[in-house]
Each structure stands twice: as structure tokens, then as C-alpha cells.
Design a protein around this ligand. Structure first.
Ligand code: GAL
Length: 683
């Protein structure tokens, strides 16, 4: 029996007819004479989609309830006449000054009680009823006006929910938190039990006594903090949902999205993505970091996973520099193209930028754009134009999916709980662990998804569970059932410790996984930054460990490596437990990268997982998309020198337009997308 999938997608998957190419378009910053040039140059660059009006609320509704659509009408018509479709935004991320003046209590308040004022963006409390009413009204007005406009391709709701202001502590938010808690627990007795308020005399006798987790003298109640994180995430989703409903009521067939932000802590994207028609993401890797491509690959793999592999859109990336790092590296020649093709390789059907034309005013004057201050006589423009010409060559693969046999487990609730304070080590964070595993797989060109622990894992051969500290009964049962059916699980330290209320699971660690892993953990031993241990593997390798050690007692598992030092020298550090038709590995230490490689080699071998292509030169990324008839092999050369790659089969390079045989040469920073027909008779 298949486990129930807890995150079925609700929206209607978007039907792509071409690879989208374009960017955020902010014409309200420019005199109207410039618009005609914009449209002409968009056409020249191959732009076929722009996100319009994202921050244009003050222009759309200059006075309360008085809408000015004349300028937007002209733009919609102009863009349509130039073959550019519109991703029309609700402008609700930048409320106008008049609204703040009328309703100053709509401004967000930080945990320290500081009000964040108008004069930037995202200055609203997600719980303020006046703001919410205005947001619905402007969304409805836009929907009514443009629902049948031929340029309209999709809706873009708000902008980067939870960015800048992740949470709000104003009185409205406090009241909304109490309502949310009432709905969750029904009774105060239920809340007191779930929050463990017997501790430090925290018992509540009236709902009105409950506050958000504000600044407090000592550690705050962890369950209260966890519920606050859940509540906040739900609130951003509620803001989205009510706009989506308004848009859908007017235009049921027009897809709705909002732009996500990579691994963004305030919002449970697995939950949120279910309510969209298509997932989109903004990605700004720092390309001065030689490992930037591994960073963006991880973002793209997450996004693809949120709606179980459906195609998605890269809604924003920089054509070159951003303006918000301490030092803003340019994207060197070829890097923007490589990053764009990497997104397509990992499932994107749209490549868009922030923004079309570089701003002359405001805070983003030094942020690059498709059309920079240097105009068309610039490297950026030439690279943008070249990409715009190239992407339509890939239209054949719109229905192709990037599939993985390996999943890394990811659960926002675990992330929130793991990083609360008062742990054996408060230095334990989730993302470094995720990154280490993902990077090791990335370097081997092994495709990887991120999966929710309660989701259907049946398509995977190997599942990696980094620091799965908070785990529900359903997730624990799901993992065990999947291993029973033959899966290979690799779990690492500080997993299976608390339940969804952040309460200790009874008995020795890791309570829900003792049987599955065939071991018990007596205690955790976090080290000082200088502290070291080492492990000796059963096959004679020695690896350094730092930061963390578990004191493990075997209860059926075999030891693959044992600690060499400290009072628990000789006890197991890495284990394997044969469990029904599968096996469960456990890593009770922070292994140096070579050790992770050693362990990965072993689990990949047992799970029989192969890379996309074996024997690739270092620095060459390979990824595959496929539909039922064809496969597209993406090869991206991240090296500053040419490389030769041996191919399993000949095909046609869609980028170069030529047939290729058993080998291909990729220039420095070069790429190829090789299309082959799947030979069903050989399967
Ligand atoms: C994004 C945002 C855009 C723009 C961009 C600059 O986070 O959605 O509006 O500010 O950053 O990199």
C-alpha cells in the first residue's frame, strides 16, 4: 500500500507552450516615451513575458478607491502588439503612502516593538484587516479590468512573501495569534498540555494572557515559538489565498503564482506551493563564490520538488550584479547563460530577470538589468540577447521532467524546531547539513529531490535525512514502511528527538527510529570549536570528526566506523541496519568531507544509484530531462577552459544545432543540450 501523500498539489498545473523569457518590468519609473523603446528592444531580445506592476500600487490607485488604469491599458496593448505576454502583478507588496496615513496601525512591528515605516517596501502587517481589504480590492479591480486582455498570461501575487518582514508583533497580530491557537487547540487545557506550560509556571488561564514570543528575560517557551512560526507561515499563505481567490473568481483559467525565495525560513513552501498553479523562484547566487553553481542547483532542486516535479519558473535572477551584498560581483562572461541553462536543466520552463531596464531612481540603481545604463552597447545586453535567441531552441523539452532517485528530507517545522535555543549545541543549524549532502551529490552529478518526510517516497532508492529532530508519527511510520519495501535510508545525528509539539519522545534516543536503525543513543557529545575526534572504518579508512558525537549502543546494527578517541572510544559512529527488504544507515558524528564521500559511495552502491553520466571531467555539470519519447542531456562546463566529454549515445545538440557522435567538446563556460530519442525496445 502506498502511503498517503500529504502534500498533493491543489492548483491546476500550468500549460507551457514556450519557454518564457523576460523580467520584471517597472515602466511606472519611466516617462512614457521610453515605453515604445522598451517594447521594441524586448522584441529584439526575444522577450515573451514580463512581470508588470509589482510595485505600482501608488500609480494604479493614486487615491483610495480611485483607480487609474489608462496607463496600464496602454502598456498592456503595447506589449501585446509586440508579442510580449504579461505576468500581471497585484501590487500589494508596496502599499501607498495614503493608506499608511489613513491606517498607521497597518505598519509592521518588530519583536522589539519597533514600527517599520513607509519609505521602502513590504511595510504591512499581514494581519491588518484594512490592508487586507485594500489588497483584495486592488486585486479585484485588476482582475476585472484585465481578465480578458489578450496579453494576460498569468498572475503574480504580491512579491516575495515574508521577505524583509518575516513576522509582525503588533496588537492585531497578537489577537490573530490567539485566534489561530483557539482554532488549533480548542481549549486552554489542550494548549497548556501542548506547550508544556507546567514548566516555569507558564500556565494560561485566559486566551487574552497569551502573547507572541516577545523579548523575555530568559529562554522562551519552545512550543510557543514553534506555533508562532507556524502561525506566521499560515498568515502569509492566507494573504496569498484571498488574493488568489479573487483572481480565480474573475479568471478561473489564468495561472496564479507568487515568487518564492530559495530556502526561506518564515514560510513552509511545501504547504504554500500546493495552493499555486505554478511555483516560481528568485535566485541570486553570489558568483564570486567558486561553488555558486552548487548553491543555485540546490535552490532549483528544492523548487522543482515543491510540486512533485512539475515545471517551474525562474522568476528573478540578476543579469549581472546585485546591489545588496557588501561587494557585488559581476557575472563574468558566460556565467549568466550557464546559470539560466542550469535552471532549465533542473526543470524550469521560464527564465526571467530582475529587471528589464535598470532603474535611474531609487534604491536599486546599481542592480544590473537586462538593459543596463550602458544600453545596447554592452556585454550584458549582448548576453541577454543571445540567451533570448537560444532558449526557443529548447521549446521541445517543455514537457520533459527532471527526475531523481535520491531525496533529501526537508520539513520546515523541523527547521523551525531544530534552530530554537537550549539545545545540546545551539550551533547546530539545518542548512549546512543539507548543503553538505546536496553538494556531495551535485559533485557526482547525481540528481536529487527534496522530499517532505510524510510524502510518498516510493520513487526514490536512497533517502537522506539530515538532522530530522522533529518528526511526526506519520513521518516515522512512512520512513520505516519505505525501508521495509527496500529503500536505503541514511539518517544523521540529532534525528527523531521531539514530536510536533516539541516535546521529548519517551525513552532513549532516537525513540521513533531505534528499531529501524538497530541502535540506541545514550548521550550527545558536542565539541568546542577546537574539539576533534576521529573514526576508523571497518575497511581501514580514518576520518576526522568535529562538532558532534553520539554515544551509540548497537541493538542489531553493524558498526561501519568506530570513534577512536574520548571516553567512548571504540563505540560505533557510523552504522548499518538491515531492515526487512531495505537498510537504514546512521551517522552519529560530523564527518570531514572525505568521510561523507566514503559513506555516500557505500549507500549509493547499495541503493544502485548512478550518476547522470559517469567519468565526466571535474567542473562539468550534467542533468537530464525526459518525457516519454525523448531525453535531453544538459552538459554545463563551469571551467574556464574547454573540456571533452564522452557521450553514451549520439544525438543532436539543440544549442549548437548539430548532430553529435560519441564525444563533444565544450568550450570554456560552454554548454550543450543533447536530444536523443528513447529506444523503448532496449528497456
Ligand atoms: C528581489 C525582489 C526584487 C528586487 C531584487 C533585487 O528580492 O523581489 O524586487 O528587489 O530582489 O535583487
Amino acid at each position: 500500500m502506498q502511503p498517503e501523500v500529504v502534500h498533493p498539489a491543489e492548483g491546476k498545473p500550468m500549460n507551457f507552450t514556450q519557454i518564457y523569457f523576460g523580467g520584471d518590468y517597472n515602466p511606472e519609473q519611466w516617462p512614457e516615451e521610453v515605453w515604445a523603446e522598451d517594447a521594441r528592444l524586448m522584441q529584439q531580445a526575444g522577450v515573451n513575458l514580463v512581470s508588470l506592476g509589482i510595485f505600482a500600487w501608488a500609480r494604479i490607485e493614486p487615491r483610495p478607491g480611485a483607480f487609474d488604469f489608462a496607463w496600464l491599458d496602454r502598456l498592456m496593448d503595447l506589449l501585446h502588439a509586440h508579442g510580449v505576454a504579461v505576468n500581471l502583478a497585484t501590487p500589494t507588496a508596496a502599499p501607498p503612502a495614503w493608506m499608511v496615513r489613513l491606517h498607521p496601525e497597518m505598519l509592521p512591528v518588530t519583536a522589539d516593538g519597533v514600527t517599520l515605516w513607509h519609505g521602502s517596501r513590504r511595510h504591512y502587517c499581514p494581519h491588518n484587516p484594512d490592508y487586507r481589504r485594500y489588497a483584495r480590492r486592488v486585486a479585484a479591480a485588476l482582475a476585472e479590468r484585465y481578465k480578458s486582455h489578450p496579453a494576460l498570461a498569468m498572475w503574480h501575487v504580491d512579491n516575495e512573501y515574508g521577505c524583509h518582514v518575516g513576522e509582525c508583533f503588533c496588537p492585531r497580530s497578537t489577537a490573530a495569534f490567539r485566534d489561530w491557537l483557539r482554532a488549533r487547540y480548542a481549549t486552554l487545557a489542550g494548549l497548556n498540555a501542548a506547550w508544556g506550560t507546567a514548566f516555569w509556571s507558564q500556565t494560561y488561564t485566559d486566551w487574552e494572557e497569551i502573547e507572541p514570543p516577545r523579548a523575555a528575560p530568559a529562554q522562551k517557551n519552545p512550543a510557543q515559538q514553534l506555533d508562532w512560526a507556524r502561525f506566521t507561515s499560515d498568515s502569509w499563505l492566507a494573504c496569498f489565498q484571498e488574493q488568489r481567490d479573487v483572481l480565480k473568481a474573475a479568471a478561473p483559467d489564468v495561472p496564479v503564482t507568487t515568487n518564492f525565495m530559495s530556502f526561506h525560513r518564515p514560510i513552509d513552501y511545501f504547504e504554500f506551493a500546493r495552493h499555486e498553479d505554478v511555483v516560481s523562484i528568485d535566485s541570486y547566487p553570489d558568483t564570486s563564490d567558486p561553488g555558486w553553481a552548487a548553491v543555485s542547483a540546490m535552490t532549483f532542486d528544492l523548487i522543482r520538488s515543491l510540486r512533485q516535479g512539475e515545471p517551474w519558473i525562474l522568476m528573478e535572477q540578476a543579469a549581472s550584479q546585485v546591489n545588496w551584498r557588501q561587494r557585488n560581483a559581476v557575472k563574468k562572461p558566460g556565467v549568466m547563460r550557464l546559470g539560466s541553462l542550469q535552471a532549465v536543466a533542473r526543470g524550469a520552463n521560464g527564465i526571467l530577470f530582475f529587471q528589464w531596464r535598470q532603474s535611474r531612481v531609487g534604491a536599486e540603481k546599481f542592480h544590473s538589468a537586462m538593459l543596463t545604463h550602458a544600453g545596447t552597447e554592452s556585454r550584458t545586453w549582448r548576453e541577454v540577447q543571445a540567451l533570448g535567441r537560444e532558449l526557443p531552441c529548447l521549446n521541445a523539452l517543455l514537457g520533459g521532467r527532471a527526475k531523481a532517485q535520491v531525496a533529501i528530507l526537508m520539513d520546515w517545522h523541523n527547521w523551525w524546531a531544530l534552530e530554537l535555543d537550549s539545545k545540546p549545541s545551539n550551533d547546530l543549524k539545518l542548512l549546512p547539513g543539507l548543503r553538505a549532502w546536496h553538494r556531495a551529490l551535485y559533485q557526482r552529478n547525481i540528481p536529487v529531490d527534496f522530499a517532505h518526510p510524510e510524502s510518498d517516497l516510493s520513487r526514490y532508492r536512497l533517502v537522506i535525512a539530515p538532522h530530522l529532530y522533529l518528526v511526526s508519527d506519520a513521518a516515522a511510520a512512512n520512513l520505516a514502511a519505505w525501508v521495509e519495501r527496500g529503500g536505503v535510508l541514511l539518517m544523521d545525528y540529532f534525528s527523531g528527538i521531539v514530536d510536533p509539539n516539541e516535546q521529548m519522545r519517551p525513552g532513549s534516543y532516537p525513540a521513533p527510529f531505534r528499531g529501524l536503525l538497530g541502535l540506541e543513543i545514550e548521550e550527545f557529545v558536542p565539541y568546542s570549536p577546537e574539539g576533534r575526534n576521529s573514526v576508523l572504518t571497518a575497511d581501514g579508512r580514518r576520518f576526522e570528526t568535529r562538532f558532534w558525537a553520539d554515544v551509540i549502543h548497537l541493538r542489531g546494527a553493524e558498526a561501519l566506523a568506530r570513534f577512536e578517541q574520548d571516553y567512548f572510544a571504540g563505540s560505533a559512529a557510523v552504522t548499518r541496519n538491515a531492515y526487512s527488504r531495505g537498510s537504514a544507515y546512521y551517522l552519529g558524528a560530523e564527518l570531514e568531507p572525505a568521510g561523507l564521500e566514503w559513506l555516500l559511495e557505500r549507500v549509493l552502491g547499495e541503493a544502485e544509484v548512478q550518476p547522470v553520466l559517469a567519468g565526466l571531467p571535474e567542473g562539468v555539470e550534467a542533468q537530464r530531462r525526459a518525457d516519454s519519447q525523448r531525453e535531453w542531456l544538459f552538459l554545463l562546463n563551469h571551467n574556464a577552459f574547454p573540456v571533452r566529454v564522452r557521450l553514451p549515445a549520439g544525438g543532436r545538440d539543440l544549442l549548437g544545432g548539430q548532430a553529435v557522435g560519441g564525444e563533444i567538446e565544450l568550450p570554456a563556460s560552454g554548454a550543450a543540450v543533447i536530444e536523443t530519442v528513447i529506444d523503448r525496445s532496449r528497456q
